[in-house]
Design a protein around this ligand. Sequence first.
Ligand code: MF3
Ligand code: CO
Length: 249
Amino acid sequence: MAIQIKSVSEIEKMRVSGIALRKVHDAVKAAVRVGATTMDLERAAVAKIEELGAKSAFKGYHDYPAVLCTSVNNEVIHGIPHDKGALREGDIVSVDCGVIVDGYYSDCAVTHPVGALTPAVAKLLKVTEASLYAAIDKAVVGGRLGDISHAVQAMCEAEGYGVVREFVGHGIGRNMHEDPQLPNFGPAGKGPRLKAGMVLAIEPMINAGTADVRVLEDGWTAVTTDGSMSAHFEHTVAITKEGPYILTR
Ligand code: MF3
Ligand code: CO
């Protein structure tokens, strides 16, 4: 299917969705602390989504049971919130959330530190987030999709990190997942031309060790095969004539 082009008024609707999602993320961030469980984060998100009159994009998606994905330490993505065991000092927790407002989706993820991190883990978060912004800088009219992919890969592999291959970013709009698929690796200068009105969920998933991941028996939780820490940052970004427009900022 062709990559959809959104009108200015559709992008404004997606911005409204993105602002709601930002408020959900702020509420979750305020709940991250030593001793909290990932189910505490889920409850904070559920309450805020309801208060905003928004709808979860995740709950019920392929029977997914929660509004958040909460992925701790060596969990890469799609961790399911639970009440078994609390967050501990030095942990990291990736929080991924999507909402629907007035029919438009937004999708955003952030990896939070829990208390003080070791320098190596702090650096993983810093570099992964920086790679997201390097990628966003390439979301410009006239560029190519591969420029975005390559920006993530170049920055993260330069630090010796593993760039996850099995999961990718995506177009987003009236559905959570639209064309194109957006890998976090690949050559610059290749792929579809970027046009004003394309909206992309850009989401580097980066491992401190090798790129290899496997999915646990719950059918959802992806973990690093070497047990190394993994970080995930995501924004929903519109490509406009004026440059990249981060809808979930
Ligand atoms: N945020 C994920 C993505 O970008 C989707 C989460 S899967 C779900 O593809 F089941 F939790 F919804
Ligand atoms: Co996404």
